[in-house]
Ligand binder design. Structure first.
Ligand code: AMP
Length: 190
């Protein structure tokens, strides 16, 4: 099994790269943001719970997010591996993921991080907001709050994987193809 955490701040290009990589390496892509948005659209209990957090650019509480992630993994018993996109975003989530995978005799093989400067990200997100319709992409205050959440709660998750020698930083500025090539250089060694 190849299990990859695709990491980086909002707008770094995780979703775009995950879509390419899942085909290339035959992996299942789980985006916690996408699962939340699906649940919001379908007005499920989970969606109703998550909506106010997401709309304001805050993280959804760990327990809810971890349970949801585990359920998504369990739906894919035949998977050759997973690309986790947008998860883990806190140290508790990273610990829970390790414990959960260990029970299955699996592990995270690498955290691949897309590194992009914040000013570039704000511009990208506002552009994306024009087409995605995502409320959290259309308002600079909400975007700044997502960066604040990232910087205070998520950025440290890098240390968690660095300690395990599993962290790979990639320059996330460039064409989609050139960034896929950089990521592939890492994935091919796993
Ligand atoms: P994303 O699509 O990854 O940018 O996620 C959109 C929003 O979903 C985030 O701003 C959070 O509110 C929520 N979210 C996604 N993944 C997580 C997570 N792992 N932990 C907590 N909240 C999350």
């Amino acid at each position: 099994m190849k299990n990859i955490v695709l990491f980086g701040p909002p707008g770094a290009g995780k979703g775009t790269q995950a879509e390419v990589l899942k085909e290339k390496y035959n992996l299942v892509h789980i985006s916690t943001g996408d699962v939340f948005r699906y649940n919001i659209k379908n007005e499920t209990e989970l969606g109703l719970l998550a909506k106010s957090y997401i709309d304001n650019g805050n993280l959804v509480p760990d327990e809810v997010t971890i349970n949801m992630l585990e359920a998504e993994v369990e739906k894919n018993t035949d998977a050759k591996g997973f690309i986790f996109d947008g998860f883990p975003r806190t140290e508790s989530q990273a610990e829970a993921l390790d414990a959960f995978l260990a029970k299955k005799g699996a592990t995270i093989n690498a955290m691949i991080a897309l590194e992009v400067e914040e000013d570039i990200l704000v511009t990208r997100l506002l552009e994306r907001g024009k087409v995605s319709g995502r409320a959290d992409d259309q308002d600079e205050t909400k975007i700044r709050n997502r960066f604040n959440e990232y910087n205070t709660k998520t950025a440290i998750v890098k240390d968690y994987y660095e300690k395990q020698n599993k962290y790979y930083g990639i320059n996330g500025v460039g064409s989609i193809e050139s960034i896929t090539a950089l990521i592939s250089q890492v994935v091919d060694t796993l």
